[in-house]
Design a protein around this ligand. Structure first.
Ligand SMILES: *Cc1c(COP(=O)(O)O)cnc(C)c1O
Length: 442
């Protein structure tokens, strides 16, 4: 075999340094605990203040959101999802995977976030609002103290129609950016990767969004969007690979979650740790939420990312320490997965680096398991998620098994843990599509 060099080392050298790579390359499910993990987070370029700033911006826009998206009227324009207990699913998991899960199992239903039905309704919508606010402030159309429901006025729509927004997406980010931008009056271009589902493109076109289809994967769709916006001062590019705004939009979830846990009388402390499982694509969503949770709960929260066996980009980035310099294709993986929201071959340029001491671990999940889990969740709790969003549910199984096997450096008592599965999407999937998913899981 010829000794191909991958980023400065031969494959043999890489495998010797990182034995787990053998399994990753063979598409086996792995559970990786982060050797760089540190309980105390270091001072960094972003802080709790930045999260509060994002939360306050969303609060300013709440009257506008409530006005133009009536489904948010009950929450006064707050875009938030329920946190629910899923005891039947817990039993289902224990039976099927032959293990016992002490503590409680909760589901964070970002699948049911209003407006765009996925985790992207956090970061994506936030960044569009931030851009709109910046423009309106710059042109003295509003002040920070105004009632932002004026953003619904025709004068604002006419003003924003002179500007464009571009984004690259595997589907859900496109939905969030497309719907929000079009509502404000922007011209919007969504560059979709080949993984993007037909119904997502159709839905966007029906809302007047320009959908640009690419035969390539996520990284290339992002590159095309970036290229389109470069040099056009009236076109704003939302960069899923490196945006701090997206990241902060996601991070607000932590403040909301704290309140929801308090309302449920659930304590978070050394004896009662929080373990959170987040499906990961490019890393912005799970990263932003991890950043927020670490700010709020410090060493008492443990965040694990979940990736498809065919697209473990964040895992490779962190394991090798090469972050966005490495792609799954470099190691011979194809980035082909049914989990369209996670079909990303190269991780974010900053999330992995920024959180390399804060992410507790990453595990991978085979596609077929996502469908099995989808069907179990539907049968036990009557909740329907999209395949990507099920990746979290294998986390407690993997964690408990790896802890029992003793091959896990996580020094934490799980006896009274609260496990939160981040259900990242699914409420907008058309019924016929969902039926196919469900049947596949049987
Ligand atoms: C985008 C997405 C994720 C992951 O978010 P990233 O920011 O890409 O890591 C997880 N689940 C679903 C359903 C998504 O659409």
């Amino acid at each position: 075999m010829s000794e191909k060099v991958i980023l400065g080392r031969t494959l043999v050298e890489w495998k010797k340094r990182l034995p787990l790579l053998n399994e990753v390359i063979d598409l086996k499910e792995v559970f990786w605990t982060n050797p760089m993990y540190q309980t105390a987070s270091e001072p960094s370029s972003l802080s709790f203040k930045n999260i509060m700033d994002a939360e306050e911006r969303l609060a300013r826009f709440a009257p506008y959101i409530a006005k133009v998206f009536p489904e948010t009227e009950n929450s006064s324009g707050l875009i938030e999802s329920p946190l629910i207990s899923v005891p039947q699913m817990k039993r289902g998991l224990e039976q099927i995977y032959h293990f016992e899960l002490p503590g409680r199992l909760l589901l964070k239903c970002d699948s049911h976030l209003p407006i765009s039905g996925s985790i992207k309704a956090r970061g994506g919508i936030y960044e569009v609002l931030k851009y709109a606010e910046d423009l309106a402030l710059k042109h003295q159309m509003i002040s920070l103290k105004d009632d932002y429901s004026v953003f619904a006025d025709q004068t604002f729509k006419d003003f924003f129609s002179r500007y464009s927004i571009a984004v690259g997406s595997t589907g859900n980010l496109g939905l969030s950016i497309g719907i929000m931008s079009a509502k404000l009056g922007f011209n919007v271009y969504v560059h979709m990767s080949a993984d993007a589902k037909r119904w997502k493109k159709d839905l966007l076109r029906a809302k007047g969004v320009n959908v640009v289809e690419h035969n390539s994967d996520f990284s290339e769709a992002v590159a095309q969007g970036r290229k389109q916006a470069a040099g056009d001062p009236h076109m704003y590019f939302i960069d899923d690979e490196s945006s701090r705004h997206l990241f902060l939009g996601y991070s607000v979830a932590a403040i909301r979650l704290k309140k929801q846990l308090e309302d449920m009388n659930i304590q978070v402390n050394e004896e009662n740790p929080l373990v959170v499982y987040l499906p990961c694509g490019v890393g912005g969503g799970p990263g932003g939420i991890t950043f927020g949770l670490k700010q709020v709960f410090k060493e008492h929260v443990h965040c694990f990312f979940a990736e498809p066996t065919h697209s473990p980009c964040m895992l490779l980035g962190l394991m090798t320490g090469l972050h966005d310099q490495v792609s799954v294709q470099d190691f011979g993986l194809d980035n082909q997965t049914e989990a369209d929201g996670l079909a990303v071959g190269r991780p974010s340029g900053f999330v992995g680096k920024f959180l390399e001491k804060e992410i507790s671990g990453i595990y991978t999940v085979e596609d077929e398991k996502l469908f099995t889990l989808l069907t179990i969740l539907a049968d036990t709790e009557g909740i329907y998620l999209e395949p990507s969003a099920l990746a979290g549910f294998l986390g407690p199984v993997q964690l408990l098994k790896s802890q029992m096997g003793g091959n896990n450096k996580l020094d934490v008592s799980l006896k009274k843990a609260t496990h939160i599965i981040w259900g990242t999407g699914g409420s907008m999937v058309p019924k016929a599509e969902m039926k196919k998913y469900y049947e596949r899981g049987i």
